[in-house]
Design a protein around this ligand. Sequence first.
Ligand SMILES: *Cc1c(COP(=O)(O)O)cnc(C)c1O
Length: 416
Amino acid sequence: MENWKFKPESLMMSHGYKPELSEGAVKCPIFQTSTFVFQKAEDGKAFFEVAYGIREKEESEEMGLIYSRLNNPDLEILENRLSLWDNAGDTAVFESGMSAISTALMEFLNPGDLLLFSNPVYGGTDHFIKHVLTKYGIEVMGFNPGQSIEEIERMLQDSGKADQLAYIYLETPANPTNDLIDIKGCVELAKKYSSADKKVIVGVDSTYLGPLWQNPLELGADLVIYSATKYIGGHSDLIAGACSGSAEIIGRVKVLRTFLGNMASPYTGWLLMRSLETLKIRMERQGNTAAHVAKYLKQHPKVEKVYYLGDLEEGSEQKRIYDEQCKDAGAMLSFDIKGGEAEAFRFLNHLKLVKLAVSLGSTESLAQHPATMTHAGVDPELKQILGITDKMVRLSVGVEAHEDLIHDLEKAFEQV
Ligand SMILES: *Cc1c(COP(=O)(O)O)cnc(C)c1O
């Protein structure tokens, strides 16, 4: 038993928490405090030296608690638990997915650097890349799903900016089309353009499948990023984000987080720990339910096309990438309804059990219209290229009985 390695789901109730430090409480309390008492002044000095990078932490030294913008037990224990799912060196938790994404980009980009990113990305990410990073002199270049690594490299070469490449940012599967981007291929590309004094970083937003069904760090990525609002939180009751990677990389992200002050609160950390205990059973159930729903949609006469990772065409490039990097098809699907916006809206307006709302990954099923809602801000021409059209409906499948969900969808289709 000495070397027994527990699976993450077995450790979500206990890992990193010592009851004897909290009056024996079985559950980690909410450490609702802004600041922590130092036992002696020398301790305070030592903790700050490490926290501000004035010296390296010594082998046997335990980092002490200082102030909840720098560290807090709820966040530290949560980060230790989250790291287990991706087998990461460390994790940083944020007050939103967007703050995880923006901080993990800003830390590794300087004016004059080039960011290469996949399309489509989450609407907020799209805005941040195109309208915020560019304000600070960062060059950005998007590529589309379906472009091979060779084509992406040629585009990079033709731009004349290949030597400025500093970061490759991917979102895969892409929201809302489930398009897959080849993570390993992009990691190879990043290696090719890295040099002894400049490492090209690869960051992957894995919100759609992670952390259960896709682990980009295993594929060589430097950072995996989540909107923890989605599957990790899983109950539509909080906003949070996380990013995991090596201790060195996350150490840098955490320093910027300290100065931006965008860490999660102790209460959010506590809620996320509670959510992690059921992460695996929730996601497994949601994935199974989604497979039933996808099968139903596929045969429906009012449905033109289903975007679901569970039935990609054998022999296709998308299927090859899926087999290489995804462990399950997940619980997110989109479909094109026959018609356009009017038909899509009629369908959405007649759902009862499924809620008409953005967001995803929660216990309740949610439906929305990407073209006018989550992706309203994306350039109309790009939306057409990417297939985010007026007839597309996105569905996040929850934990309900699949018979009930299908009944609800059927009733709504009858009104179209
Ligand atoms: C929701 C989402 C985000 C943004 O996360 P917030 O928690 O809302 O800030 C980023 N990426 C993807 C893929 C998302 O679905």
